[in-house]
Design a protein around this ligand. Structure first.
Ligand SMILES: Nc1ncnc2c1ncn2[C@@H]1O[C@H](COP(=O)(O)OP(=O)(O)O)[C@@H](O)[C@H]1O
Ligand SMILES: [Mg+2]
Length: 375
């Protein structure tokens, strides 16, 4: 049974329609990440689940019970906020213990729970301090500690790491994931950061303008996005989008770029593309699927093109090159030591088995080189 089931949910703030018909089921024990740009309604959705906002329409069920009219404290939910929301005049110990005290937990039990949570989060040496004596990362740990001692049914996290610097964020990502593995609780985590979503989620729910754009396992969304929005949102650097035409060529259909370059679709995977023959399409390919053409290389699904180097960004682990492909700047991921000169002309190989084709009118992905996995 779904631990959380949301049906037809709507929420307005005056004239702003923040949540526009959300249907979502979350199985027990799953780590779900709600991801989307700022303002798309992530926090609003989370706050309606927690009971901090009323809904205008639709229902929220937790473990089979409609909770629309239950006050927050009766929903058995623990929430971690972006701004920590700690009590400044209480010690770390008192902050973590607060929810347990409010629920009249026996003192001895509180003590065991607070100390074990603090240990798990490596803040057991800070229990006597006050929030103002802590760093951002330590404050965030206290806020997480306060949530996990609660032994709630459902844990909600609203961008808990966005106030931390990059290194600490990486570290805390791993810790929250580890916590989920240890506790096995149902967790919903909100972020605008697609890398956080990819690395942490069992399942990603991509939101856009108050609606769900697509949901699925991280790699499923990455390899088989349903829309241009999802294709461009997941992945860094982003997928390249190149205006093109789908045309007949020897061996089947091919993508023709504006400079006449022909990129043949893999012969065995052209199903469903026929309707787009001689029509404008958007060709999408990720940086890691554009490489240097190696001498004598020929492999099914590899298409060749000549491109001009515009910009080169070495990062240490790899080099990102921007090339004009069919007249449009596109990023390719090269080997770390492969640093071509600007204005140089190079031969590139595009892995058509990993590309996507998009209908420019509807923005729907009409074809992915990755076949659908049989479930
Ligand atoms: N309390 C509020 N009053 C009025 N508008 C709000 C309120 N909270 C959020 N909104 C609006 O609702 C939309 C969704 O906001 P929010 O859920 O906070 O987005 P996100 O968390 O994805 O950034 C935005 O347009 C935002 O301005
Ligand atoms: Mg928000």
């Amino acid at each position: 049974m779904a631990d959380l089931k949301i049906s037809g949910l709507h929420k307005h703030y005056g004239a702003v329609h923040a949540v526009r018909g959300i249907d979502l089921e979350i199985p027990a024990g799953e780590f779900t990440v709600l991801v989307g740009q700022s303002g798309c309604g992530k926090s609003t959705l989370l706050r309606t689940i927690a009971g901090l906002e009323d809904v205008d329409d639709g229902s929220i069920e937790i473990a089979g019970e409609v909770v629309n009219d239950l006050p927050p404290r009766e929903r058995d939910i623990a929430m971690v906020f972006q701004n920590y929301a700690l009590y400044p005049y209480m010690s770390v110990y008192e902050n973590i213990a607060f929810g347990l005290r409010a629920r009249k937990t026996p003192k001895g039990e509180i003590d065991v729970k607070v100390r074990s949570a603090a240990k798990m989060l490596a803040i057991d040496h800070l229990l006597a301090r006050h929030p103002r004596q802590l760093s951002g990362g330590q404050l965030q740990r206290v806020a997480i500690g306060r949530a996990i001692v609660r032994n709630a049914r459902l844990y909600l996290f609203d961008e808990p790491l966005s106030n931390l610097d990059a290194q600490l964020r990486d570290e805390m990502r791993g810790e929250i994931k580890r916590l989920h593995q240890e506790l096995g609780k149902t967790m919903i985590y909100v972020t605008h950061d697609q890398i956080e979503a990819m690395t942490m989620a069992d399942r990603i729910v991509v939101m856009r303008d108050g609606r769900i754009e697509q949901q699925g396992a991280p790699l499923d969304l990455y390899e088989r996005p349903a829309t241009r929005y999802v294709a461009g949102f997941l992945g860094s650097p982003s997928m390249n989008f190149i205006d093109a035409t789908l045309v007949d060529a020897a061996g089947g259909l091919a993508v023709r770029l504006s400079d006449g370059t022909m990129l043949a679709l893999p012969a065995d995977r052209q199903a469903g593309t026929g309707a787009y023959r001689d029509r404008a399409i958007t060709f999408g390919v990720r940086p890691e699927h554009i490489n240097r053409m190696r001498d004598g290389e020929s492999r099914t699904g590899l298409a060749r093109c000549t491109a001009t180097v515009v910009l080169v960004l070495p990062t240490g682990s790899r080099t990102y090159g921007t090339f004009l492909i069919g007249g449009i700047p596109a990023v390719a991921e090269l080997q770390a030591h492969d640093v071509p000169r600007v204005n140089q002309s190079v031969e590139l190989a595009i892995d058509m088995n990993r590309a996507v084709l998009i209908d420019p009118k509807t923005s729907a992905v009409i074809w992915t080189g990755e076949p659908n996995k049989e479930k």
